[in-house]
Structures are given as structure tokens and as C-alpha cells.
Ligand binder design. Sequence first.
Ligand code: GLA
Length: 693
Amino acid sequence: MPNLPHSWILETSRTAYALGLDADGRLVNFYWGARLPHATDYPADFASAGWASFNDAGQLAREEYPAESGLKYIEPCFKAHHADGVRDTVLRFDKAEQTGGDLTIHLVDEQENLGIVLRYRAHAAYDLIERWAEITNLGETAVTLERALSAQWHLPRARDYRLSHLHGRWADEFNLTREPLANGVKVLESRRITSSHHASPWFAVDGGVADEDRGEVWFGALAWSGNWKFIAETTDFGMTRLSLGLNDWDFSWQLNPGETFRTPPVLSGYTATGFGEASRRLHDYIRDRVLPNGKALRKVLYNSWEATYFDVDEASQTALAELAAGMGVELFVMDDGWFHGRNHDRAGLGDWWCDAVKFPHGLTPLIERVNALGMDFGLWVEPEMVNPDSDLYRAHPDWVIHFPKRARSEARNQLILNFARPDVQAYILEKLDRLLAENNIRFIKWDMNRNASEPGWETAPGDPRELWVRYTQGVYRVWGALRERHPQVTWQSCSGGGGRADLGILKLADQVWVSDNTEPTARLGIQEGYSQVFPASTMEAWVTDMGPAYLPLEFRMHVSMCGALGIGGHLVRWGAEKRAEAAGWIARYKEVRPIVQFGDLYRLRSAQQDSFSAVQYVSKDKQEAVLLAFRTHQPLVPHPEAQPPIYPRGLDPGANYRIDGQSGVRSGLAWMQIGINLYLADYQSAMLRIRQV
Ligand code: GLA
């Protein structure tokens, strides 16, 4: 049945989103939830009634993209300052087009000076809907945008909701918290110029009862790597509205006549089957639609940072490379310390050519040796940064983000290049382009080790506060151009660990350095938090020497085998026996790698909540699965009977499976219902393969 002229339905395989005009002509949401059998099932006529003189209908309407105006008093998506001094924007519906899963709705300000186009794209197979807004100045004078979020969503009314979100700090990223949404406003945000360690531009909201396998969950994520803001507003009228987009803190954008401002896109989804399913939908979408090369297996890499720190040279790296190759490593990455004047963290950033003292013959001999050993070669860079002690800073002190005549706060002895500036972009692009053109480099770790301060921009073409957005656009531009010119390179996003992990950066980066904390018991929790949003193929996980010596190599390996396995320990100090054992684990990882990287993830027992945790990856055809279980410290005297069974998930109920270490063949349904008993002592782990027979 066709949509009514002023209502629209977006359907995915299992979900639906319905919107339309209310009796007063506002664009409102009618429905967001499970897909219904008939088009006529969806509500299509919503009367937004008011309540007393204090609560106008506009305040109670479920507006799709509310602009600040009238008697709303809500968290709007949009606020602008018009040239005539008016700070309200009164939007009315103009027209709409719908082609399949693409819906475009045109709204126009009553003065016809501003047009806002709302774009919706249903990704049917993934049960996700993508949204963004395009704001165009249709008038003769500049308009100042003060808030331009990407979307607002409304949840079914009069229920109690719970918000799940991720937060943390350096070396302690991706802590998951679930908390009730009480009346008022809950804000999550970044003001740091990256998406940040401290919060993630992602949310999941449920009715308070969902778990990994059951319950309704509404979720969303923003594709943006700079300042962002999430707002959950719960009102006395039983309304819960969620908004996500660019942060309006210190935000201002001068929109000149004829110009269009496009917000970053947000993805949102609904599932009736819990948080696990919400994650799997994002994982599939990220692998298939966001990552530039999501179908490629991630190589087992070695990274020399924790072995040699800044003390790199041809001899030290060659020694490590030889040992790494002998263990089955496929990619050797030289971390920080290789470029001009970089002997410690007080100098060198900005001078992206190799240090002539450490590498008198350039990088080529080392790269050739690494290649002869059968490995690809990769390198660390931190393109957005500069040390005051560098040739670049001496030549261009004005290129950094700063307020003239004011102190420039340093962090890790470095300042941030103003990537909003075209000359800065051009300089860095040229330097890195040359590095990649002249050397056989197949992997780049792009790092970003501080956050912004003194956000001045003297030569800004518009409002200097545009810096926050134009900086991120500049990073995307340079990185995007490098990707295009050097398609052979795989990229990693790092920001002192997981300080820039988001759906925006994953259009450029193939994988993410999740945390500088590589202590494996901490890592289990960090990985679990990361997995709420991102697939295992993007989760770079190294085995290092961090943490107590009594943690067995097997445990360390198993933790890292939950993602894209890497090694970061001091291989010379490891000794032959340990290296041989590691080689065995790397070989086993390669066997299960396609299932881990491309399969469906099930979080069976939470590492953030329990000392006994487990995750499982199931191949898409359900032929095979891998289950990894971990015991950290048990506070009680260990007793086999006291350890709960683990219930596998995601198997074909009717097919028969055999599980490593478990006797007999059972149906998938039986294994999932009865579970398996696995006794693990302190710091013991297990990897079980599950195969159809
Ligand atoms: C950051 C990264 C580390 C390492 C260092 C190098 O802290 O997260 O992995 O690359 O920088 O200086």
C-alpha cells in the first residue's frame, strides 16, 4: 500500500520507521520499532496536543528535526542566528521524495532564507537507518549556525528507559555503564577535537530489562571523529528524545548565501533481541559498508614500540624482524622514533623524513630485509602534531592551533597543527605522500597523542570556532587523499590507544589501536566494551610483556586472538622456547582468524562484570564457531562445581556439532540449552572450536 502523501514509512528486514506531518504541519515521528505486517498498521496521524498555557503543542510534538523556535523549551536539533537578529527558525514542510529506502524531506524556514533537507537511508539487510541533514542558506546574507545536530529520535511514550554508554580515560577505555534515564537531560560529549577516550558517540537504550539475547534495544552511532554530543531528554510528559551530532559547545558556523552545511551521518537501529544483536548489526554494517576494505583478512603484525621505544635503528629492528618472521608474523611495524631528530618525546614531530643518524642508508635496507623475510613493512606517524623542537615548528610557528599572544599549552611536549588550514593540509599531504611513494610501506599507524586547547585560528575564513569541524574535515581530506593515492596501504587509527574510534574514522582506517593498556586482564574488559560497537576485524590486539609475569603466554595469546592478533613483546628477551610457543598460537590463530574477524560475535559472559568470561564467534554459515573463555582471579577457593556452565549461542539448532574437549555430538539446540562445563583455574583460558558434523 502506498504511503499517504504526507506520511512515509521506511522498512528494513525486521524494523520500521514511520514519520509524517501532524495536524499542525510539523514533521513528526509516528513509529520506530518492529516491522509491522501491513502498511496500514503504522500510525499516520498524530495530533500533537498541548497542556496548559505553559506547554504548547510544539513542546509535546515528536519532531524529527526540531529547530529552536516558539514555545518548545526542548533540546532542539537546530539553532541559528539570522542576519536580521532573529534567533528562531520556524520550519515548514516543503516537499519530499522517496525512492525505495531513500527518503528526502525538504523543510524551509518561514522567511524562506534557509532550507533544511533531511536525508534518510534504510539499509534493509542490516536493519539500520542512516540519517543526516543538509542546511542551505537560500537568502542574501550570512546565517550563523549555533547548533546543527544530525538527528533526533523518539522512543515509545511512557516507559522507563535505561541508557547504555561507553566511557573511560587513557589506558582504561570503553567501560560500559547502564543507567536509568530519569527526568531531565543526560549529556555525553567530547570537547577535545577527537571522539575521545572519555566517551563514545554511541548509545543503546532499552526498557531496563534487555540482556545480550533478549529485549528491545534502540541504538545509534555517529560517524564523526571530532567534537560530538549526545542528549537524552526525558520529560514529565512521558517523552524520551535522543539526539546526536556535532557538539554545539564553542560551535559556530558562518553559512554564506548559497552555501550548504552537511552534518555527519548517524546510524540507528532497533532490535527486539538484545544488546548482542544490536552489536552484530553494527559489526556487519561496518565491515560491509563503512570499512574501505572490510572483506580483507587482517594480518598478524608485530609492533616494536614496547620492545625498543624510541631506540630504533636498522640493527635493532632487523633483529626483531627476524625473530618475528620466524614466528609466523606477516607484517612488521616500526613504531615511534624513526624520523628526523626523534630520540625522545620532546623533539621531531613534524619532520617526517627518516633520521639520518639512525638510518644512514634510509629506510630501504630495513624494508628490503623485512620483505625478504616474507613480511610487509609498516610505520608509525603522528601527522597532526608538532614538537616546538622541530624544523617544521621553527619554520611555521603560526601553523599550530593557538591564540596569538597567549601561552600554548603543551601536552606530551607537543602542539597540534591546525589541520583546518589548507596550507597545513598540503604540507603534510606532500610529506606523507612522498614517504609512501619512495618506500614500500604497506601499513601506517596514524597516531594522535593529545587533545586541543586554546582553539584560536587567526586566519579563519569565517568564524574561528569553525575550527572544531574544519579540523576534522581536514584530517579526513588528507587521510582520504593518501588512501586514494596509495591503495596498497592498510591504516590504523590510534589516539594514545582508543581515543579516536568511531564510524567516521573507520571510513579511512582499517583497524584501531584500542588501548595503550595491553595488560591482558584489563584488556578483556576494554575489548568487551569496544565490541559493543565495532567488529573484531578492526580490533588490533597485541600480546606484550605488560602485567604480571605469572600471566601465562597462552592466556595472553587467547585474549589477543579475540581480535586482529598482533605481537608487541620484546622478542629478543622472550627466548627460543617462548617464541616457539608463540609461533604455535599464531598458527592456531590463523586457522580461526576468518571466523573471529568475519563471524558473528556473541558475548557469553561479561569480562567487565565477572572474573569468568567468554566470547564466541560463529561463522556466517554456522558451520563452525570458536569459543574463548577466561578466568582471571577467583575470590573463593576454586571448586569445579561452583563454576557456571557456558551457554554457546548462534548455532544452527537443527545441525549437529562437536565441541573440543566435550564428549559426544549434540544438536546446536542442545548445546545452547544445556551448555558446556569448563573448569578454569586462576589465569587459565581456553579456546574451543565448535564444528558441525
Ligand atoms: C601512543 C600510542 C602507542 C605508541 C606511542 C608512540 O601512545 O598509543 O602505541 O605508538 O604513542 O609514541
